[in-house]
Design a protein around this ligand. Structure first.
Ligand code: FAD
Ligand code: NAD
Ligand code: SF4
Ligand code: FES
Length: 803
């Protein structure tokens, strides 16, 4: 009989520990998890990015429902454990589920501190701790203009930045004379405040809140000095306290947190605590890196693997606000027994400080340039003696003597964590490089998630790459979008979102493009990303498009063009055929050809005749020239074919009518087959739909071009409505995460099918994606018609620099 392990708290620390335990011994325990929130385990850190609009709720799920099932874990979400009987060894939830345990883990996290002010129970007063709070802020921003954030710490500032991105006016109320006083000294803090003021944040410093004003909903905040500030939303971010009530009621020894020894054991046998709820040697941590370290130790303990106990952690933090680089680690304040090295450059807005005691670096604050953060943090953790080369710590290798990043990596143990946010060790990155061929930071991110959250570990990931591949083997350039910038797609799209950039010129100016005109690689890509992020605000920049897209027709070898009108699902009518024939005769079209996508191509039309041909055809553009939805190929299906199980023709027509005109990172071809005989070649399409008994199968990432690839089975669904919903969600997810120019075949390989399935698996996530694609589709106009109606012919056909 397996022993029973029960985990209270379905959050980051507890599930991390379970994951490590399963790696050590997958079959040792029957595992039951209780989680008060209704979600599977998600990355709480990334809530700031969800609020700031850089990530989606579905991007932040760490363990899908499927993961729990695959690992035979019984999961009770929406169940808060109310009682633990340590004599009988049982736990009981508020939903009256009682489970017995052999070993029990408390991982109940923290609770946000809510100031007990008069009026604190009014509508619109919230914390920032979970998905629910994040949703409340997103909803409030749609209705109200002004927000107040109480607390100028990490959380408060990240909340404030997110609310600014949601177009709210934000006032940050802070008790202390300077911001983030728990992480920064006065100089760095003043520089930070100035930078955030430049971004539009307002600060009310040294203000003590007295009362929350308003009727049912909050309307403002009054301070003890009788001044007031207006706001219809108040976010309290004044710190957290370990969630220990259940532990205390269960008889565990509790101080600020649940007291644990070096093996995470509490005062009662077989009961452990891990994460923010635990207090080890007097410290309850509030960052993930130490919680992961604790989880590793507890997993070993539960698996019966001997090892050194937990010795406590030195922590580092990085503020996740775009455009502001702030890093802090260890003991950063000067004391009577410390000396420090500082560099301050007011012109560049850079401030760096390292604090040294007895020849060892014990803390650091960096502002404006945090590239040395990981290297310095590594020195702090190692307690390296830098006597005689104190200055080199800050001035780096240029001053001579200091160790290079790769040398520091060589000295790291394999299980040492490189990416604190995602718990990725040096060993995991090294094996991703050696075994999976990762050669750039973005490859490592895609394989391991390292550097995907706060980004603070990026320099360290680069050092690991250099250590394994040598400086020449690292594809640093692969990261940049093109030669005009070192920024990669993700950073550029993030900046477009957070800084609300709406034109390519603006992007190039603000992000300091090295070539201010851009190039043929970045200009069309930026135009696409801008349109994807801001479908309403961004005006399509024709001059940034490739020649075929500018002219809405494919240029041929001899300089003439081909015209392909839309023929939905490959089904036409005698009158349309007649029209096409008449046009072909009238304009002396030298060739009319059936395309592979089941439509008719009028080849050899002169540039001058194009608009007249479109006008006479009076049919929608088939977009045969664009990075857009091309065709939906269909077979005859159940209407005519004796093998057909579903109406593939109608399904194809419905899909094409719904998604025509959609701009995508690269061309997209669809097909619908009426049975698995696959006459429409659904297996080699960007999305292939195949009818089966009682439903449909959807295949993703197929390609019949240069790199032949069979599509992967994405899902099975029952109805035609399901097919439309999944297709919409799939195409939008591709639009949002695909690199410009990347076909779905490459995209599926890069992201992995599982990531895509996870992103689309929940109905609410699919509907959110469908909502966004519908918004874009609602704004699309037929380009041929538009040109004919607006008479913009001449400008469209002016000679343009070739792209
Ligand atoms: C917006 C935000 C941004 C952050 N950014 C960073 C960052 O950049 N870097 C960093 O290192 N850290 C960051 N943190 C902190 C980090 O998220 C936490 O340190 C981490 O999530 C703590 O993990 P935990 O498992 O201990 O607690 P949690 O993740 O809070 O998990 C505890 C879970 O237990 C559940 N629970 C509690 N009591 C019960 C019960 N009785 N029964 C059942 N379930 C229960 C709770 O509902 C919760 O889901 C951030 C936090 C927030 C809120
Ligand atoms: N980037 C990151 O690493 C990150 C981001 C968000 C949250 N977190 C973690 O989440 C937890 C919560 O963050 P936090 O910022 O709330 O905690 P915190 O304790 O770091 O900061 C709270 C801030 O609120 C201020 N404050 C306290 N009482 C106040 C009052 N009455 N009025 C105005 N200001 C007041 C304090 O001076 C302090 O600066 C922390 O553990 C933090 O480390 C980390
Ligand atoms: S895929 Fe099936 S239904 Fe369609 S034509 Fe072929 S055999 Fe007939
Ligand atoms: S440490 Fe935050 S992403 Fe790696």
């Amino acid at each position: 009989m397996k022993k029973k392990l029960v985990l209270i708290g379905n959050g980051m620390a507890g599930i991390w520990c379970i994951e490590q335990l399963l790696k050590l011994n997958p079959n040792q325990y029957d595992i039951t998890v209780f989680g008060e929130e209704p979600h599977p385990n998600y990355n709480r850190i990334l809530l700031s990015k969800v609020l700031a609009g850089d990530s989606d709720m579905n991007d932040i799920i760490l363990n899908s429902w499927e993961w729990y099932r695959e690992n035979n874990i019984t999961l009770h979400t929406g169940h808060c454990v109310r009682k633990v009987d340590t004599e009988q060894k049982t736990v009981t939830s508020d939903g009256d589920i009682t489970v017995s345990y052999d070993e029990l883990i408390f991982a109940t996290g923290s609770l946000p501190i809510m100031l007990p002010l008069p009026g604190a129970d009014k509508e619109g007063v919230i914390a920032f701790r979970d998905i629910k709070d994040c949703e409340a802020m997103l909803a409030a921003a749609k209705e109200y203009k002004k927000a107040i954030v109480i607390g100028g710490g990490l959380l408060g500032l990240e909340a404030a930045r997110g609310l600014l991105n949601l177009n709210m006016e934000v006032s940050v109320v802070h008790l202390a004379p300077y911001l983030m006083e728990r992480q920064l000294d006065a100089t760095a803090s003043r520089m930070l405040q100035q930078e955030l003021e430049n971004q539009g944040m307002k600060f009310l410093m040294e203000k003590n809140s007295a009362e929350i004003l308003g009727d049912k909903r909050v309307s403002g905040l009054r301070f003890t000095d009788d001044t007031e500030v207006e706001g219809s939303l108040i976010v309290m971010a004044v710190g957290i306290r370990p969630n220990v009530q259940l532990g205390r009621e269960s008889g565990l020894e509790v101080n600020r947190g649940i007291i644990v020894n070096d093996y995470l054991e509490t005062s009662i046998p077989n009961v452990y605590a891990v994460g923010e709820c635990a207090e080890h040697r007097g410290i309850a941590y509030g960052l993930v890196a130490p919680l992961y370290e604790q989880g590793n130790i507890l997993a070993k303990k539960l698996a019966g693997v001997e090892g050194e106990g937990y010795q406590g952690s030195v922590v580092s933090t990085k503020l996740k606000v775009s455009g502001v680089d702030v890093f802090s680690a260890g003991e950063f304040m000067d004391g009577p027994d410390t000396r420090s090295v500082r560099v301050q450059d007011d012109f560049e807005g850079v401030y760096k400080k390292v604090v040294i005691r007895d020849g060892k670096v014990i803390g650091s604050v960096l502002f404006g340039d945090t590239s040395d953060g990981s290297r310095i943090f590594s020195m702090i953790r190692k307690g390296e003696d830098v006597t005689g080369k104190e200055k080199e710590v800050l001035l780096g290798e240029s001053a001579g003597g200091a160790k290079s990043g790769a040398e520091l990596i060589a000295a790291m143990a394999d299980d040492e964590i490189v990416c604190g946010c995602n718990g990725v060790s040096k060993g995991a990155i090294v094996s991703a490089i050696k075994e999976k061929g990762c050669a750039s930071v973005s490859d490592v991110k895609a394989c391991t998630k390292a550097s995907g959250s706060c980004g603070g570990c990026k320099p360290l990931v680069e050092d690991v790459l250099t250590y394994v591949l040598g400086a020449d083997g690292v594809q640093a350039g692969a990261e940049g979008m093109c030669g005009c910038t070192k920024l990669g797609r993700e950073e550029v799209v993030e900046a477009i979102r957070t800084m609300k950039l709406t034109t390519t010129k603006e992007v190039m100016n603000v992000l300091e493009w090295e070539n201010e005109e851009g190039c043929s690689k970045c200009r069309p890509a930026l135009n696409y990303y801008l349109g994807m992020v801001w479908p309403e605000e961004h005006e399509d920049e024709r001059e940034s498009r490739f020649v075929n897209e500018r002219n809405h027709a494919n240029i041929q070898k001899d300089g003439t063009y081909s015209v392909v009108p839309r023929i939905y699902g490959g089904v036409t009518t005698p009158s349309d055929l007649k029209k096409i024939a008449d046009v072909a005769v009238k304009y002396n079209v030298p060739m009319v050809k059936f395309t592979g996508g089941q439509r008719l191509d009028l080849l050899g039309v002169t540039k001058e005749d194009l608009p007249k041909v479109w006008a006479d055809l009076d049919m929608p553009s088939g977009y045969a020239y664009g990075k857009a939805l091309r065709t939906v190929k269909t077979c005859v299906g159940s209407t005519f074919c004796r093998f057909g199980t579903q109406d593939s023709i109608q399904m194809g027509i419905d899909l094409e009518k719904k998604f025509e005109r959609l701009n995508t990172p690269a061309k997209v071809k669809l097909a619908v087959s009426g049975c698995p005989r696959n006459c429409a070649e659904s297996g080699i399409k960007d999305l292939g739909v195949v009818a089966i008994d009682g439903g449909w199968e959807l295949y993703a990432g197929g390609n019949g071009g240069t790199k032949l690839r069979a599509g992967d089975l994405l899902c099975k669904v029952k109805t035609s409505e399901d097919v439309l919903e999944w297709t919409g969600a799939y195409l939008q997810y591709y639009r949002e995460t695909g690199n410009y120019g990347e076909r779905t075949s490459e995209w599926v390989e890069r992201l992995g099918l599982a990531t895509i399935q996870q992103a689309l698996e929940k109905k609410e996530d699919r509907l959110a994606l469908v909502g966004r694609i519908d918004k874009t589709l609602g704004l699309m106009k037929d380009p041929w018609k538009e040109i004919i109606e607006t008479g913009k012919l001449s400008s469209t056909f002016e000679p343009l620099a070739t792209l």
